[in-house]
Design a protein around this ligand. Structure first.
Ligand code: ATP
Ligand code: MG
Length: 561
């Protein structure tokens, strides 16, 4: 899986870029990833990151670059914690902005100069109508807007009013600066949009230096131009804003002319991706935090054990198009499983243990079993696992009255303990509730590493954990956070379709190596799925905690849900 090479067939944006380089319109490419630091990044952002940084990487020969720019123009919702988490997530995904780390708030002076320039050209004015009046005068798609009294003020009067706005002489909402464009445009974004508003709020970077802040539609093209971005790639919802983007580029004193191109955002089934909704889940403690393994956040996916390679591969596979749609989350899980199947060492853990006593152990005691770390990859070597006369096996691997096709343990049936003997069940005990509490069995001497002897039907090997040396561990099994494909569309709101069983915690038995592994160690629990030692709660040796990354097979597909 090579995820750095471009796809053989170029998507429409890569095609445009290739043409611009071939025609000499540009001699290099500069893209940017411009998150607003008001939340943690999610898998949708991963698509934008892989796309923008990927284009830079593919065009390294012409010195292409991708900037990481924090779009931090709104003082109210932005925090340093988010800045740090975003940097960590981009790096973890495997990308590097080198020296190109920028903050839009460093350009406040430049935005202000552009606004003053527009005012001087008669292309911006200070509006003193209330927000309600502005809305009423804006008209609608069928009705042109009407002019406010402020629209005809002279540049001198506007310059003075704008200076007073900046000096803090007005309260929030008392006035705004508007671009003077076209009050009857069929594109509502062009009807004299607000470009500056008053906010008496402290900014995480500029403190109290400003009490006026630029609006996104005004600031974004200026940020791009300031950084000499050649291709400003954004999601489709900005398509209607492009004429405005181009208008600001045309009328402001900018050092370069970036081009905005839109592509479809990533939507995934069984999850929500809006930052507002993710924030609500975190704030209402419906999940354990931004990095809860059930969230589609990059830090959540990481904690869950999703490898960055698999995320990059997924982003490449879904491609770049102009049509919004929803991608089945099973596709992402497929890539994760595919990668982990190849790369993960195998270990043994029993999630629902029942004890087996091997009554004739003394006939051929074994000190340890030698078990390959990967069934298809001998280079991963093997390990020795201590074993003795009592082992834990999965409750599901035993049936009191098994059907013919059940090849695991049952009365008088045979099964192999992985890397050890073939055993035969000779009896079992039950507790007061009627549950099997103990299985009795005997080993078949001479069967370690050997085929079953004549007359012995043994078709399966099961995993186990030695009772004497095995250790306790907490294992967290995750299911989808929502019970329906599109929680955003749920009648009672997205919270009404939260899956109450999305987290199940188990007390498991694990082989000693697992209990002592480092945090973030990833492996397959043989026959059970892919797991990772939790990056926060796992304490090697003392308190092992594992997260299930993904089951071996897609159980949702099997159940036909
Ligand atoms: P919000 O949820 O508040 O609308 P956002 O997810 O758009 O925010 P930004 O910080 O503005 O957050 O996003 C940074 C970049 O990531 C933008 O260029 C945006 O287009 C892109 N992006 C965001 N969500 C997705 C998505 N689901 N798929 C692809 N790109 C996305
Ligand atoms: Mg956005």
């Amino acid at each position: 899986m090579s995820d750095s090479a471009p796809s053989p067939k170029l998507d429409f944006i890569r095609e445009i870029i290739a043409d611009d380089l071939a025609s000499g319109k540009h001699d290099t490419v500069i893209t940017r990833f411009p998150p607003e630091p008001n939340g943690y990044l999610h898998i949708g952002h991963a698509k934008a990151i892989c796309f923008n940084f990927g284009i830079a990487r593919e065009n390294a020969a012409v010195g292409a670059k991708c900037h990481l720019r924090f779009d931090d123009t709104n003082p109210e919702k932005e925090e340093t914690e988010y800045v740090e988490s975003i940097k960590a997530d981009v790096k973890w995904l495997g990308f590097d902005w080198a020296d190109d780390l920028y903050f839009a708030s460093d350009y406040f002076e430049f935005f202000h100069d552009c606004a003053v320039h527009l005012i001087k050209q008669g292309l911006a004015y200070v509006e003193q109508d209330s927000p309600e009046e502005m809305r009423a005068k804006r008209g609608n798609v069928n009705t042109p807007g009407t002019f406010s009294a402020n629209r005809d003020l002279s540049p001198e009067e506007n310059l003075e009013l704008f200076a007073r706005m900046r000096a803090g002489e007005f309260k929030e909402g008392e006035c705004v600066l508007r671009a003077k464009i076209d009050m009857s445009s069929s594109n509502m974004n062009m009807r004299d949009p607000v470009i500056y508003r008053i906010m008496h709020a402290e900014h995480h970077n500029t403190g109290n230096a400003w009490c006026i802040y630029p609006m996104y539609d005004f600031a974004h093209p200026l940020e791009d131009a300031h950084e000499h971005i050649t291709h400003s790639l954004c999601t489709l919802e900005f398509e209607n804003h492009r004429p405005l983007y181009d208008w600001f580029i045309e009328h402001c004193p900018v050092p370069s002319k970036p081009r905005q191109i839109e592509f479809a955002r990533l939507n995934l089934t069984y999850t929500v991706m809006s930052k507002r909704k993710l924030l609500q889940l975190v704030q209402e403690k419906l999940v354990s935090g931004w990095d809860d393994p059930r969230l589609p956040t990059i830090s959540g996916l990481r904690r869950r054990g999703y490898p960055p390679e698999a995320i990059r591969h997924f982003c490449k596979r879904i491609g770049i198009t102009k049509f919004n749609g929803t991608t089945d989350v099973a596709l992402l899980e497929y890539d994760v499983r595919d990668f982990l199947n190849r790369e993960s060492p195998r270990r043994m853990a029993v999630l629902d243990p029942v004890k087996v006593v091997l009554e004739n152990w003394a006939d051929e005691p074994l000190a340890e079993a030698v078990i390959p770390n990967h069934p298809q990859n001998p280079e991963m070597g093997s390990r020795k696992v201590a074993v003795s006369n009592e082992v834990w096996i999965e409750r599901d691997d035993f049936m009191e009255d098994p059907p013919k096709k059940f090849f695991r343990l049952g009365p008088d049936r045979y099964v192999r303990l992985r890397g050890g003997h073939i055993i035969k069940c000779t009896g079992y005990d039950k507790d007061a509730d009627g549950n099997v509490s103990l299985i009795r069995a005997e080993i078949l001497p001479g069967t370690v590493g050997q085929d079953a002897p004549e007359g012995v039907k043994c078709k399966a090997a099961i995993h186990w954990v030695d009772v004497a040396s095995g250790r306790d561990a907490e294992v967290r099994l995750y299911d989808r956070l929502f019970t329906v494909e599109d929680p955003d569309d749920a009648e009672g709101g997205f919270l009404s379709v939260l899956n109450p069983n999305s987290l199940e915690s188990k007390q498991a038995k694990v082989e000693p190596l697992l209990a002592d592994c480092e945090a973030e160690f990833a492996c397959q629990f043989e026959r059970m799925g892919y797991f990772v030692a939790d990056c926060k709660d796992h304490v090697p040796g003392a308190k092992p905690v594992f997260n299930r990354t993904v089951a071996l097979r897609d159980s949702w597909a099997k159940k036909g849900r």
